[in-house]
Structures are given as C-alpha cells and as structure tokens.
Design a protein around this ligand. Structure first.
Ligand code: NOJ
Length: 575
C-alpha cells in the first residue's frame, strides 16, 4: 500500500513505536479583524466543536491562472461549493513562500503568500469572502522547522556568532565525518547535515532543507507566537500545527534505541525516544494557546499519539493546550472491523477533550482505497462518511473524499514528485497518489486547470467529479451533502452522548447519539452481506426509529434495522 510509510508507519515509529446551525448565544469578543467572534451555544460549545473542517491541499484544489498549480483565487472561486457541501472551516496546507522541497512544508517566509499561490491581497480577499459565508480559515503552521532558505537560517549558518545562530540546532560532530549522534531523519539518512562554512552539523528531523528551529531559544518562541498573531489579525481563525511531536530534542543528544529491521530508505529503524514528544513541547503549546485564546481561535495538532494517555497530554491539563489534537489512531484501523472501530471510538470518546476524527489527509492513502474492496468502494465511502460524520467530535475532511477520489500513485519512478518517493522507490512511492488534482468535471484535466496539472488527473475523473455527481441523487457527493446537512441541524448528532449498542456484533457498528430526551441511532454494516440488527429500543426507552438518512433499501421496522451490504441507517428514535 503505497509504501504505507505514509504516516501510518510513521506513527508506529514515533516513540516506538455555518458555525453550527443551532441556537446560539453570542457575545462578540473584541478580537481583531478576521478572528472568529466569540460564539458559544447555550451549553458553552465553541464554534469549532460544531464545525466541519475540510483540508485543502492548495496545489491541487483549483487553478485560477491555468499554470497547472492550484492557488488562492482558485480556492475563493470554490467557496460556494464548500458552503453548499456543508463545510464550516477550511484548513489550507502551507501556502507561504517556499522553495517547495516538501511542497510548502519548508517555509522561507512565515508572513507572506508564495507567488505561485497568489498575494497577500488574494489571501485578504479569500478571508473576507469566506467570512461572508461563515467559513473559517485555518492555516498550516509549520512550527518544527523552517526552510533552509529562510532568512533566519541563512543568517544562522553564516557564522558561529551570527545573530540567529542559536535559532537552530547546531552541534559538533563526534569526530571527523561523524554526525553528533545516531538520529536519523524520517525522510531518510542522518538527521544531521554538516555545514562546511562553520564546520558544525545542523539538525533536521525531515529533509536537510528543513532545519529544525531551536524552541529552547525564547527568541524563537516569541517570533513564532508573533507569526500566529500576525495571521490571526489578518483573518485566520486558527492553525493546524505541523509536526508538533518533534519540537524538542534531548539537549544531551543521547543516541536513540535501534529497533530490528530497516525502513523504506534502508536506514535502521529507530525509536525516537530522545527527539520526539519531549515534555517541553507542552510549555510551547500552552503559550500558543494563550495567544490563540486572544482571538477565539482554534489549534489543531498533527499529533501521532500511540494511545489516549498521550492524546490527553496534548489537550493539556484543564484543556489549556490543543483544542483538537488529531486522533490518528482512528486512521490505523485499516480494515472494516466493527470491533476495532468500536474500541477506537470508545477510547477517543473517553479522552479528556473534544474528539477530532480524521480518515484521510495529504500524507495518508485515501480512505476510499484503504477501506474499499474494489467492488463496493462507493457504498463503503458512504459507510465511512456515515461513521466519522456522526460521531461526537469534530470531523476533518480531506478534499475529494466527498466525491470518492481514489489514491493514484505514480507508476514510474521518473514521474514521482514527492522526494521521499524517489528516495524510497519502489517500497515507498511517496504521497503524490493522495494529492492529485480535485476532480471538478469531466473535461480535460478534470476542470482543475486548462493546462496539464503538476500531477496527472486520475482517469476516474471522467465519472467521479463534482459536476456529474451533483446531478446523481445516489452519488457519494450527494450522500455527503445530505449527511452534513443532517449533522448541522440535528442536536443529538451535534452534542449527543455516544452510546454503543450491540457490541458483540461482528458485522455492524451501531450506536446512539443521545441528547437529553432525544436520540439518533446510527447503524453501519461493515460486511458485504445483508444484516439485521435488533435495536431492542424499549431498553433505551424508545419504541421506533424513523429514517433520517439511509442507503439503498436499508430501513427500520419496529426494533429491527435491515441493512443492505455496506448499508447505512440513521434514524431518529421516538418514544
Ligand atoms: C507533516 C506534513 O503533514 C507532511 O506533509 C510534511 O512532509 C511533514 N510534516 C514535514 O513538514
């Protein structure tokens, strides 16, 4: 599976391993320009708890100037589509100036827009158009490292006594030609690169062109907090924090323990014991949260936690760190296994903060292929939507998921754009497959651009595209739309408790979302055969279930829900 290094294995390596459509009481905070107004509902829910988030990979979403690469004006042109879909917040993967070694995750100026994506004026326009539609903008804050072309790093490497020397992690080698310790980069090779001018090594958890910032230096902290303020004032409502796990390293540079085997790059597998999830990260997050609270913003974290104990640490004591640490544990369930999903949902539901559910992103093989069996992928796509969009928590969608976009990895090494795919070929084919252009219509290049795009448009664009699916009442897209509309207007789906039912069922995941005296039942058939589920409604004080949304012939009669293969049934319970 596409090298499956794709961040799911990374997870294993790390440490070894419209604002809600419900009644609102609104108090306007005196926040800057674009930051969200302070809006909580009668029960104190924050805007981001009821919002549906949608990740946009800007290179691949919509190309307004037909140069083959998406841009901010392209995103602005699609806001009505997003609004109609039911999206309340867009997380835009990095769109800042960058040499694009890691497609924007190597930032050379934190306070500007890369010309390939447009200008600051384009951002301002996007922010104001989004605001008109009640859509929040979340930026991707690459906090662990900058580009080696950032002015801070250029100065840092210019001499051992430069002003910014200590903004990055510099060390002497162990001996001639020997890096300071055994740490390897997650993108292959040593995590240390020798700089000939000053004859010291700098540290980079990712590519050598992505030197790690030294967060032990208070000046780095201040500068980065100022970056956050700068974007909040310009209209951002929050940040997705990139690679938070790796902000700190052991100052004594202990060697990491070596595990058996080699990774896709031929390097020994390491337990990132001394360079990941160090406790100091929480001081930084608490500080950034204070900044974020000034603007009623939200912090989402790229947090590769191995269990709920670790996840809880990222919420912070009294929830003073990340509001939405991503629960990637959910993405590690790679088969339609009711037992595994139940276990994971229950775990996240017990977390100390508000759950966040993700099933795809720009680093992970798309859910359409992870769960699809090749024959029933559309039904399974609806099934998965039926799952992660009805759970208690904030869902984070990935562009194209709503139309059943398929992961389409390159078939030849010479076509690979993602550097890790070239280094790790053929075991690791990189992440191009999940980053292909959005499929808008069946015209050439999927309506994404009038020029050949930076990555080829998958052949499936001829049938899986927004224009065609909008017209088909049975499409994946229309299922998403109906489901999101329901989610936004149904109090039990927004706020209800998660109550698992029929926990021994080997084929069907069933649960209630119960809110005061109301409840919604969700029943999801994870098998390829018809299934019947007895809801035993009287046990829960109800007598019947009325369909709110169901696939195909799935329906309830009395206590029994009959589900077609991979069927979904969502019903309102009545007494
Ligand atoms: C995580 C991002 O999601 C990934 O795309 C990137 O390559 C690394 N962080 C490095 O920034």
């Amino acid at each position: 599976m596409q090298g499956m290094f794709s961040w799911i294995l990374v997870a294993a390596f790390l440490r070894l391993l419209p604002l809600a459509a419900t009644a609102q009481t609104t108090s306007k905070a005196t926040t800057a320009k674009g930051a969200a107004s302070k809006t909580t509902d009668a029960e104190g829910h924050q805007w981001w708890q009821h919002a549906v988030f949608y990740e946009i990979y800007p290179r691949s979403f919509a190309d307004s100037n037909n140069d083959g690469i998406g841009d901010l004006k392209g995103i602005t042109s699609k806001l009505d589509y997003l609004k109609d879909l039911g999206v309340d917040a867009i997380w835009i993967s990095p769109c800042f100036p960058s040499p694009q070694v890691d497609f924007g995750y190597d930032v050379s100026d934190y306070e500007n827009i890369d010309p390939m994506y447009g200008t600051l004026a384009d951002f301002d326009n996007l922010a104001s158009e989004a605001k008109k539609r009640g859509i929040h903008i979340i930026l991707d804050f690459v906090v662990n490292h900058s580009s080696d072309q950032h002015k801070w790093f250029l100065d840092s490497k210019s001499s051992r006594t430069s002003e910014h020397r200590d903004w990055y992690v510099w060390r002497d080698g162990k001996g001639p030609g020997q890096p300071p310790n055994n740490w390897t980069s997650i993108f292959g090779g040593s995590a240390w690169t020798l700089d000939a001018t000053t004859n010291q090594y700098y540290y980079h958890f990712f590519y050598p062109q992505q030197p790690d910032l030294n967060w032990r230096n208070p000046k780095v902290k201040d500068a980065m907090y100022d970056v956050a303020r700068w974007w909040f004032k310009r209209g951002a409502s929050g940040f997705r924090l990139d690679a938070v796990d790796t902000l700190f390293e052991d100052p004594n540079l202990h060697d990491d323990p070596i595990l058996p085997g080699k990774n896709a790059f031929g390097d020994p597998i390491e337990e990132y014991k001394y360079n990941s999830k160090l406790p100091e990260v929480h001081d930084v997050l608490r500080g950034l949260r204070k900044v974020t609270d000034e603007y009623n913003g939200v912090l989402i974290g790229e947090t590769w936690t191995v269990d709920i104990k670790e996840l809880n640490k990222y919420y912070g004591e009294g929830n003073n760190e990340l509001q939405l640490p991503m629960d990637f544990l959910f993405t590690t369930v790679n088969k339609l296994s009711p037992a595994d999903f139940r276990k994971q949902i229950a775990a996240v539901d017990s977390a100390s903060g508000w759950p966040t559910f993700v099933i795809s992103n720009h680093d992970i093989v798309r859910s359409y292929d992870r769960y699809g069996d090749g024959l029933h992928n559309d039904q399974i796509a609806k099934l998965m939507a039926g799952l992660y969009l009805t759970l208690r928590g904030t869902p984070l969608m990935y562009y194209g998921e709503e139309i059943g976009m398929k992961t389409t990895p390159p078939t030849r090494k010479e076509d690979v754009k993602d550097p890790i795919g070239r280094i790790g070929w053929p075991t690791e084919k990189g992440r191009d497959g999940e980053r292909t252009p959005m499929q808008w219509d069946e015209s050439e290049n999927g309506g994404f651009s009038k020029t050949a795009p930076w990555l080829p448009v998958p052949a499936t664009a001829k049938t899986y595209n927004v224009a065609d699916e909008s017209k088909d009442p049975e499409s994946v897209l229309n299922f998403y739309k109906k489901l999101l509309q329901l989610r936004h207007t149904n109090r039990a789906l927004l706020d209800g408790k998660y109550v698992p039912l029929n926990e021994n069922d080997q084929n069907v995941v069933t649960y209630l979302r119960s809110y005061k005296d109301q409840a919604v039942v969700v029943s999801l058939n994870m098998s390829g055969a018809e299934q019947k589920v007895n809801l035993e409604l009287s046990k829960h004080g109800f007598s019947s279930a009325k369909s709110l949304l169901a696939t195909g012939k799935s329906a309830a009669a009395g206590d029994v829900v009959t589900l077609e293969p991979y069927g979904v049934f969502i019903g309102q319970l009545s007494k």
